[in-house]
Design a protein around this ligand. Structure first.
Ligand code: NDP
Length: 510
C-alpha cells in the first residue's frame, strides 16, 4: 500500500492534547476506525527529535550490551510477565486502534509474548561465543565465533498487526543486545507507545527501547538518523523508499513487505479443512494480513465441492464493530478503494462472484467476497488486495498450481492442502514459509524464520535467523602454538608449500 493514511489521522493544534506531546509541538490524533472517535494525540516527531532519541539509545547500548545474556533475559522476562498481566488492556488498545475483534487482538498479544519468551531464552545459545573447528591449514589456532550486537536498531512497523509484526524485530533485536527506536504506523501510535512505556517500567533508567511517532517523514528521519540497521515492515513501495534512504549512509536493512499468498488444494485434500483454512486465512483480520490467503488454486476434480464449502462458510461471516463480529473494519480508509477496484476488475474481465460482489464494500466494512475463474492478469490475482476477498481458480493438476503460484512477483508465505504430496509441493513454492494442511501455522512457531523473496522483501525475523539478523558475526583466531608449517610469511621455506600440496592431495584429492 502506497497511500498515506495521514488524511484519517488529522494534525491538530497542541491545545486539546493529552499530556503526551510537549506544548506547541505538532501532533496528530489516533482514531478508532469503527467509530471515528479520537482515542488520543501523539507528537509528530521531527528529524531533531528522532536524532535525539537515537542518540539516547546509543548511550544506552553500552549498558544493555554490557549485561550478559542472562542479565538481559531477566529484564525481558520481567517485561513479558508485565505484558501477560496487562494482556486485556493491551488487547483493548490494539482493538481500538485497528478495529479488529477483541479476541483477535488477544491472540495477537499471545503471539507477542510467545516470541518475546523464545527470543530472550534462546539468544545465549544462538549468539553466544563458541569454539569452531580451525581446519586443516590452521591446527595451531583456536577459532572462536561470537555474535555481537549491532548497536541501535530502528524499527518501522505497519498497522495491521501493530504489536506482533514489529515485535518480530524488537524482541529479537533487544535479545541480541541492541537498543531499539521504534516508529509505529501513524494509525497505531498508541500500540507503539504502550510497548515502549511498559518496557520503561521494567528498565526505567536507560532509554534502551523508545518510540518516535508521526507520519512517513518521521520514519524517513529514522532511516537517516545514523542507526546501525533498519528493520522495516510495510508495503513494497515504502520498502523501496526506505532502502533508498538507507543507501545514502550504507545503513543495512531488513525488508518485510506485502504478499499475494496462495492456498493450493490437491484432489486428495480434506476439503472441509481446506475450505475452513481458506476462509479463515483469507478473511480473518478482514483480510489485512501480509501472509493471508489471497489466491486459491484447486484441482478440477474437487473444485465444485470446494467452492461450495468455501461459499457456505464465507456467507456466514459478519463484519462489524460489535464484540461478536467476525471481522472488523478496513483500518486504513484508503485501502477500501483498492479492494473495490480489485473486485470490479475481476468481474469486468470475466470472473464471477459466488459470494458478495462490488456492493459488499460498505466503508469502513467490507463483507466477504469470493471470486471464481478470475483471469490471472487481473489486479485481484496479481496485486495485494488486503481485504476479505478470495479468488479461486481451477487447475488441471497441482503442478500447474505451483507454476501459477510461483509466477507472482511476491513470495511471502503459502498453504498446501494435500495428503500425498504436501511436503513436496511446499518445497517447490517460491516463498519464505509454507503451512501444510493448516494455514499460517508458521507464525506461531517462534523457532521458524519468517520473511519473503522477491517483492515480499528479504532478511528474516523470528527463530535463530531472526536473532542473527540483529547481530554482527565476530571471528577471532588465536595462535595456540607456533606451527612447524608457516605459509603466511616471506620467510617460509620451499618445503612448506610442498608439504601443504601433499596434504591437500591426500586429504581432498580422492
Ligand atoms: P506502509 O508501507 O504504508 O507503512 C509502513 C511503515 O512505514 C509505517 O510506519 C509508515 O508510517 C512508514 N513510512 C511511510 N513512508 C515512509 C518513508 N518514506 N520512510 C520510512 N518510513 C515510512 O505499510 P502499511 O502500514 O500500510 O502496512 C501494510 C503493509 O505491510 C502491507 O503491504 C502488508 O502486506 C505489509 N506487511 C508485511 C508483513 C511482513 O512481515 N512481511 C507483516 C505485516 C504487514 P506512516 O504509517 O506514518 O505512513
Amino acid at each position: 500500500m502506497t497511500q498515506t493514511a495521514s488524511d484519517s489521522a488529522p494534525v491538530v493544534p497542541a491545545a486539546d492534547s493529552t499530556d503526551r506531546p510537549d506544548a506547541g509541538q505538532r501532533q496528530f490524533a489516533s482514531l478508532d476506525p469503527r467509530t471515528g472517535e479520537v482515542l488520543d494525540h501523539y507528537p509528530v516527531d521531527d528529524a531533531d527529535t528522532v536524532a535525539d532519541r537515537v542518540r539516547g539509545a546509543r548511550e544506552a547500548t553500552d549498558w544493555w550490551a554490557g549485561l550478559d545474556f542472562t542479565g538481559r533475559r531477566e529484564h525481558l522476562d520481567a517485561w513479558r510477565r508485565l505484558l501477560v498481566r496487562r494482556i486485556d488492556e493491551f488487547a483493548a488498545l490494539i482493538s481500538a486502534e485497528t478495529g479488529k475483534p477483541a479476541d483477535d487482538a488477544r491472540l495477537e498479544v499471545v503471539l507477542v509474548i510467545d516470541h518475546l519468551h523464545w527470543a530472550s531464552k534462546h539468544a545465549s545459545k544462538v549468539l553466544g561465543s563458541r569454539r569452531v573447528a580451525s581446519g586443516m591449514l590452521m591446527p595451531n589456532q583456536t577459532a572462536t565465533l561470537a555474535y555481537q550486537p549491532l548497536g541501535v536498531v530502528g524499527v518501522i512497523g505497519p498497522w495491521n498487526y501493530p504489536a506482533f509484526t514489529p515485535m518480530g524485530s524488537i524482541a529479537y533485536a533487544l535479545s541480541a543486545g541492541n537498543a531499539v527506536v521504534f516508529k509505529p504506523s501513524e494509525l497505531t501510535p498508541g500500540v507503539g507507545a504502550f510497548l515502549a512505556d511498559t518496557f520503561a517500567e521494567v528498565v526505567p533508567d536507560q532509554p534502551v527501547f523508545t518510540v518516535v511517532t508521526g507520519f512517513g517523514e518521521t520514519g524517513a528521519a529514522l532511516c537517516r538518523a545514523g542507526v546501525d540497521k533498519i528493520a522495516f515492515t510495510g508495503s513494497t513501495a515504502t520498502g523501496k523508499r526506505v532502502m533508498a534512504a538507507c543507501a545514502e549512509t550504507l545503513t543495512p536493512v531488513l525488508v518485510e513487505c506485502g504478499g499475494k499468498d496462495v492456498l493450493i488444494v490437491d484432489s486428495d485434500a480434506d476439503l472441509e479443512q481446506a475450505a475452513d483454512a481458506a476462509v479463515w486465512g483469507g478473511m480473518s483480520n478482514a483480510g489485512q494480513t501480509c501472509v493471508g490467503v489471497e489466491r486459491v488454486y484447486v484441482v478440477d476434480a474437487v473444485a465444485d465441492r470446494f467452492v461450495d464449502l468455501v461459499a457456505e462458510r464465507a456467507r456466514k461471516l459478519r463484519p462489524g464493530g460489535e464484540p461478536g463480529a467476525d471481522l472488523g473494519p478496513i483500518t486504513m480508509p484508503a485501502q477500501v478503494e483498492i479492494i473495490r477496484r480489485h473486485i470490479r476488475d475481476a468481474i469486468d474481465r470475466g470472473g464471477r462472484a459466488v459470494v458478495g460482489g462490488p456492493d459488499s464494500v460498505r466503508p469502513p466494512y467490507v463483507e466477504p467476497v469470493v471470486l471464481v475463474d478470475v483471469p490471472e492478469d487481473s489486479e485481484a490475482v496479481a496485486e495485494e488486495t488486503f481485504g476479505p476477498t478470495l479468488t479461486i481458480n481451477r487447475v488441471p493438476d497441482v503442478d500447474r498450481a505451483v507454476e501459477l503460484a510461483n509466477a507472482s512477483k511476491y513470495g511471502l508465505g503459502g498453504t498446501v492442502f494435500a495428503r500425498a504430496r504436501g511436503d513436496e509441493l511446499a518445497r517447490r513454492l517460491r516463498s519464505g514459509m509454507v503451512s501444510v494442511n493448516s494455514v499460517i501455522a508458521f507464525v506461531a512457531i517462534p523457532s521458524l524464520p519468517f520473511g519473503g523473496v522477491g517483492d515480499s522483501g528479504f532478511g528474516r525475523i523470528h527463530g535463530e535467523d531472526g536473532l542473527r539478523e540483529f547481530a554482527r558475526p565476530k571471528a577471532i583466531a588465536v595462535t595456540r602454538f607456533r606451527s612447524p608449517l608457516q605459509p603466511m610469511t616471506f620467510n617460509r621455506g620451499k618445503r612448506t608449500v610442498r608439504t601443504i600440496m601433499r596434504l591437500v592431495r591426500v586429504l581432498y584429492g580422492r
